[in-house]
Design a protein around this ligand. Structure first.
Ligand code: AMP
Length: 218
């Protein structure tokens, strides 16, 4: 099963994708995580990407699509995968279709995590991320057991530089500009399912699993 999680920053795509990947034993592919790994290792790719990321703007399509194409060439994606943060616009959606078509496959399910603006701001402004394993926490909603230490691996937690109020605003504007085109694209193909992602993470996860199970049975 090849699944895309679509939704605004703060919809919980990363959290849901990681848990879903464990439940379904599929790899989780997050373009944001791959870009951040590149930035922390100082690769050539990161030099170009970092400025865009710090401003909350989209990294150029070509760069991100190349990165995704490389990842989708690895053997572990054959049974399925969960894409989080890609595609971000129509051109990326079309590129993704081309990449998968060349492998005689395609996307099975696109879950749109519909989230209200107040919930987005509240989630992003309190988000903490583990530097080692990438698991997300929240200062109030999901605090770690030990201050700034990851429950999962003991790594150090940090606040993403793009989770500042000003950058959050830009990211939301970028998202709003692109999302309606993407929604239509997958709706026309009969792949899109909408969920209310303001609900608790466990409830949303169960609903996504239900959608995936239904789709697999068809
Ligand atoms: P995310 O972790 O998905 O919120 O992504 C963090 C940042 O990485 C975004 O604000 C963009 O600057 C960049 N990014 C992630 N995915 C993409 C993508 N598919 N296209 C362009 N830029 C991306």
């Amino acid at each position: 099963m090849k699944i895309i999680l679509l939704g605004p920053p703060g919809a919980g795509k990363g959290t849901q994708a990681k848990r879903l990947a464990q439940e379904l034993s599929f790899p989780h592919i997050s373009t944001g995580d791959i870009l951040r790994q590149n930035v922390s290792s100082g690769t050539d790719l990161s030099k170009e990407a970092k400025n865009y990321m710090d401003q909350g703007a989209l990294v150029p399509d070509e760069l991100v699509t190349q990165m995704v194409a490389r990842r989708l060439n690895e053997p572990d994606i054959r049974r399925g995968f969960i894409l989080d943060g890609y595609p971000r616009n129509l051109s990326q959606a079309e590129s993704l279709d081309r990449i998968l078509k060349n492998k005689n496959t395609g996307i099975d399910l696109v879950v749109y995590l519909d989230t209200s603006e107040s919930v987005i701001i509240q989630r992003l402004s309190g988000r903490l991320v583990c530097k080692s394993c990438g698991v997300n926490f929240h200062i109030k909603n999901m605090p770690p057991k030990v201050d700034m230490v990851c429950d999962n691996c003991g790594g150090r937690l940090y606040q993403r530089t793009d989770d500042k109020e000003e950058t959050i605003k830009t990211r939301l504007e970028v998202y709003k500009k692109e999302v309606s085109g993407l929604i239509k694209y997958y709706e026309v193909k009969g792949k899109l399912e909408r969920l209310n992602a303001d609900e608790e993470a466990d409830i949303v996860l169960n609903k996504i699993i239900h959608l995936a199970t239904e789709k697999a049975a068809k």
